[in-house]
Design a binder for this molecule. Structure first.
Ligand code: 5GP
Ligand code: MN
Length: 335
């Protein structure tokens, strides 16, 4: 961010600030938003977080998470907050269409917009941009941002717990997107007093019985391994959503289980939603799923974790996915 000094000056006096993050927020979206929220609160600003949709129950332990305004539940109040904000932070997303109608509210406002994100190809709407696609998580970048403001002394356990959460969830508990720099940051967080064992337990061992049964169903009845393409696929129908009482966030992480098979290089999880089919893609190593999500499913994301959607039926969406595999066969087998 080459205009950091302008932003420093802007934040030198108390401001009305809105922090927003992507639809269906994950640990990094919630962790980076709350971490920045606690930091800015300490600076005397008036801060509110607006999420386009509800956050998963698994994060209900996070400090002040209940204060997040949910656009879907409170569109009028969200508009009021956006309209009076001096500064709007956009965390963990790269394009305004990732926040749906909230994006239409934000775009025309006169507020200064700050994007902090690690997704490929950030859109150009922000006045201040901190984008690093090599970063493990937006939480890592919020930590960098606080340092860039020369305010590292303000970091505390509460901020640290929030940032640690996003780092753990976006790296799959330090299995991917790690770096020496990230481990140094985490060491700093632990030194601040972050209890890494307690948080890993809260983050990774908070499933309810129904979640584990749903996972069992996916792996036993809904998994297909396409050996010829080193690809694994799990699909869920509308009926599955009813039978297992699946709520938002309940399917988080299921796609990753496919990558536990040694020869599976790409994993796809396709679910039938009320109006669309959602597709989640994951890969190992050099094979990029970003291009597939962008070209074929109106989406995008990262090299190893991307997603998109389709307006076709579940059968047609699965059919389309299988049809594109031959095109990628060579790359899949070589990676
Ligand atoms: P997930 O599979 O967990 O829903 O998403 C994984 C990643 O893919 C997200 O972090 C996000 O970067 C990207 N992603 C998921 N869905 C979409 C989508 O509909 N559009 C775009 N542009 N990116 C998506
Ligand atoms: Mn992220």
């Amino acid at each position: 961010m080459d205009n950091i000094n302008d932003l420093k000056a802007l934040l030198a006096i108390p401001r009305d600030i809105v922090i927003t993050t992507h639809r269906n927020p994950d640990g990094d979206a919630i962790g980076s938003s709350l971490g920045l929220y606690h930091f800015l609160n300490k600076g005397g600003h008036t801060v509110r977080i607006i999420s386009p949709s509800e956050y998963p129950e698994a994060f209900s332990w996070m400090p002040d998470v209940e204060k997040i305004v949910i656009y879907d539940l409170d569109p009028e109040y969200s508009k009021e907050l956006v309209d009076r904000a001096d500064v709007i932070f956009c965390l963990d997303f790269n394009a305004l269409d990732r926040i749906d109608k909230l994006g239409d509210l934000i775009e025309p406002t006169k507020s200064e917009k700050v994007m902090i994100d690690h997704h490929l190809y950030p859109e150009g709407f922000a006045d201040y941009l901190l984008s690093d696609t090599t970063a493990s998580s937006t939480c890592e970048l919020v930590f960098d941002f606080i340092h860039m403001l020369d305010m590292a002394a303000e970091l505390d356990v509460q901020i640290g717990e929030c940032l640690f959460t996003g780092i753990v969830t976006d790296t799959g508990s330090f299995r991917y997107s790690t770096s020496a720099k990230l481990y140094r940051i985490v060491a700093d967080l632990v030194e601040l007093g972050v209890d890494d064992y307690k948080l890993q337990d809260l983050i990774n061992n908070s499933m309810r019985e129904k979640h584990l049964r749903l996972l069992g169903h996916c792996l036993h009845n809904r998994m297909e391994i396409l050996e010829e393409y080193s690809t694994g696929l799990i699909t869920l129908t509308k009926q599955d959503y009813e039978d297992f009482d699946i709520q938002r966030g309940d399917t988080e992480g299921i796609v990753n289980f496919l990558l536990k098979i040694k020869n599976v290089k790409m994993a796809a999880f396709i679910t039938q939603q009320p109006t669309i089919c959602k597709i989640s893609l994951r890969s190992k190593g050099d094979f990029s799923v970003q291009e597939i999500a962008k070209r074929h499913f109106k989406g995008g994301g990262h090299q190893n974790a991307s997603g998109g959607f389709s307006f076709q039926s579940l059968e047609a969406t699965v059919g389309r996915f299988k049809k594109i595999l031959p095109e990628y066969k060579e790359k899949l087998l070589a990676s």
